[in-house]
Write a protein of this length. Structure first.
Length: 625
């Protein structure tokens, strides 16, 4: 071992290394990543793919003066290691530990934060323009994957970058993979580029352009020669050059020597230039290298030798995504108008089975939430029954489409809002805690959340049998799953209740998995409460609310999402408007972003755990006595 990975203090430690030493360092970093992520879990494959690239970037550029921005940020682990954060990898994605993404508060080497895809290019343009306005001189280096590159935001940004012509080195990290296989027409275009004349064959011409420049000639002229040579050599590359962007590549992303040469040229280049780097996702760990399913993109703890991932579900449990996806498959058997869409999350949304059973009715739209939402709306308008599976936090990007297309035209799209509530280790960018607040505001929308696997099936069936936009939200974990013997529609807006009787001393209104958790704890501890399953957030069960108010019992609304605009807000609004007198005690996430950590820890810190709830219940019951 060249140097202990944990002793790296910053990029200056690698600046004097030879290529051989950088190669050895890369190999050590790779071993470190595998050993470390095997213990903590995390985004393995994407990071294994960018080891040499990130080493070369830090060798050539001078962070933090130069700004290296990783799109999404899930592939920034090597950057973290090279900027002195290796010792913190034991705490990766844990509460108060190292974030899984770039984080400004974590390091001066993180100039930007993300978690959602395709924002790096716009961020880079902002930095480049600000640099020029301030007459400063540094490089801006966005690193964008092939799937993130074709997200709508990236294309919008490239369009402006091509016209602004600010200095910027755009690293196009092309591993021909999204989480699972990449899709779309531009991916085909990139395949042609990938297999075009490799940059290694062109470097003679470029160094020729440099060497033929006469001594004393201005740097600008020299660079103009390089620029013309770059342009001249890339005849096949229509996509980037059509956007007025210069291009070098493709370069082997695991060949440090070629990478350094290319990056040095790009660094001196005037105007925006795209460096096309071909990498192998999962490089150096055979299980991850050979994976096309997305299993190794983000993993829990695993056994390095066997590749066994250690995240066993409880007996009879299925992930919520699978419960929903299985049900959609089942309903699609008898309804051939059911079509399924996902913006790049086939594996996360567990849609593999639907895609293989009904390939002609299944659409992976790529990282394109806005497009997927309008596409789904149009399918509904044309008489199909679309199911749009989308993570809560990524759905935020399509809010205008949910409003402008789906809600306004009142189109019967069924949306499966996956990863609702706190998701845990991915943290603030990924918690799905805003969708109740957001969808509640949209006319025509029906919004619900099942308490268990059985109710999920019935609600989904209900959703496909009505004529409005219908969203069913479900969290990241799992639940008991057994296929129902018979589908039955659930009346829209109806709630259910447990132990609404004379003995009850308080009422808890809650939803989702917490319904059974609260019931179970109240039963075990013999706490005399009524528990209401508020399975619809919109519309609400007004009759049940009126009956609650009549009891004059204390009422607690127990939410595990952002409080502002959520279920208790909805209840307060309707009670106010209908003159129902029912003061509420509200438990939920206060007005701030929640960081990363395990779910039990976050629930505790946010004071939305069962202990907090039952302490409150006890206090209210004693107060009433
Ligand atoms: C708006 C948004 N949609 C979906 C995702 C989920 N997501 C995270 S990484 C990723 C694939 C990224 O692929 P690429 O940019 O090629 O990077 P790679 O992992 O291949 O290096 C996706 C779909 C996200 N983070 N943000
Ligand atoms: C980086 C990113 O956005 C995804 O990889 C995300 O981490 C997936 O989350 P799940 O593990 O919940 O599917
Ligand atoms: Mg990729």
């Amino acid at each position: 071992m060249l140097m202990n990975i944990e002793e790296i203090k910053g990029p200056e430690d690698i600046k004097t290394m030879s290529v051989k030493e950088l190669e050895a360092l890369s190999s050590d970093i790779r071993k470190f990543l595998i050993a470390s992520i095997a213990k903590t879990g995390g985004h393995l494959s994407s990071n294994l793919g960018v080891v040499e690239l990130t080493v070369a970037l830090h060798y050539v550029f001078d962070s933090p003066r130069d700004k290296i921005i990783f799109d999404v940020g899930h592939q920034s682990y090597v950057h973290k290691i090279l900027t002195g954060r290796a010792p913190a990898f034991k705490t990766l994605r844990q509460f108060k530990g190292l974030s899984g993404f770039q984080k400004r508060a974590e390091s001066i080497h993180d100039p930007w934060e993300a978690g959602h895809s395709s924002t790096a290019l716009s961020a880079a343009l902002g930095m480049a323009v600000s640099r020029d306005l301030n007459h400063e001189d540094y490089c801006v280096v966005p690193v964008v994957g092939d799937a993130a590159m074709v997200g709508g935001l990236s294309i919008e940004a490239l369009n402006e970058i091509g016209s602004e012509q600010r200095n910027m080195v755009i690293i196009f990290n092309d591993n021909n993979m999204s989480i699972s296989q990449n899709v779309g027409a531009l991916n085909e275009t990139f395949t042609r580029l990938r297999t075009s004349k490799p940059y290694n064959d062109l470097k003679q011409d470029i160094s020729g352009a440099l060497s033929t420049s006469k001594a004393g000639e201005s740097v600008l002229n020299v660079m103009r020669n390089v620029k013309n040579t770059v342009k001249k050599n890339i005849s096949t590359n229509s996509f980037f050059t059509e956007l007025n962007l210069d291009y070098i590549g493709p370069v082997d992303g695991h060949d440090i020597k070629s990478l350094i040469k290319t990056l040095k040229i790009a660094k001196k280049h005037r105007g925006p230039i795209v460096v096309h780097v071909i990498t192998k996702k999962g490089k150096g760990y055979s299980f991850a290298e050979n994976d096309t399913s997305g299993k190794w993109h983000g993993v829990s703890q695993f056994n390095i030798e066997t590749g066994e991932v250690l995240n066993r579900l409880p007996e009879n449990h299925c992930s919520w995504s699978e419960i929903i996806a299985n049900t959609v498959c089942d309903l699609a058997k008898t309804n051939d108008h059911i079509v399924t869409l996902t913006p790049a999350m086939i594996s996360g949304s567990k849609l593999e089975k639907f895609f293989s059973l009904y390939p002609e009715r299944a659409f992976d739209c790529g990282i394109a939430e806005e497009h997927a939402a309008v596409f789904a709306a149009s399918l509904a308008n044309a008489g199909q029954r679309p199911f749009l599976a989308i993570y809560s936090s990524f759905m935020q990007r399509a809010y205008d489409q949910l409003n402008h297309e789906m809600a306004r035209m009142d189109l019967p799209v069924v949306i499966g809002i996956d990863r609702c509530g706190l998701v845990g280790e991915d943290g603030a960018t990924h918690h799905g805690i805003f969708d109740i607040q957001l969808l509640r505001a949209l006319p025509n929308f029906i919004l619900c959340e099942p308490k268990d696997g059985e109710e999920a099936q019935q609600l989904l069936y209900t959703g496909f049998n009505q004529q409005h936009p219908f969203a069913i939200r479900y969290p990241r974990g799992s639940n008991v799953y057994q296929k129902v013997s018979e589908y039955q529609s659930i009346p829209i807006g109806s709630w259910t209740r447990w132990r609404f009787n004379q003995e009850s001393k308080a009422i808890v209104i809650t939803y989702g998995c917490d319904v059974d958790r609260v019931i179970s704890k109240a039963s075990i501890n013999e706490i005399p409460i009524t528990v209401i399953n508020a399975r619809f957030f919109k519309p609400l069960d007004i009759e049940m609310l009126k009956e609650c108010a009549q009891t004059k019992l204390p009422v607690i609304v127990y939410e595990t999402d952002i409080l502002s605009g959520g279920l208790s807000s909805a209840i307060l609004e309707i009670c106010n408007d209908l003159g129902i007198n029912m003061p509420l005690v509200r438990i939920g996430i206060k007005d701030h972003f929640v960081e990363h950590g395990s779910l039990p820890q976050l629930r505790k810190v946010e004071k939305i755990d069962l202990t907090t709830l039952f302490n409150k219940i006890t206090e209210l019951i004693h107060h009433a006595d």
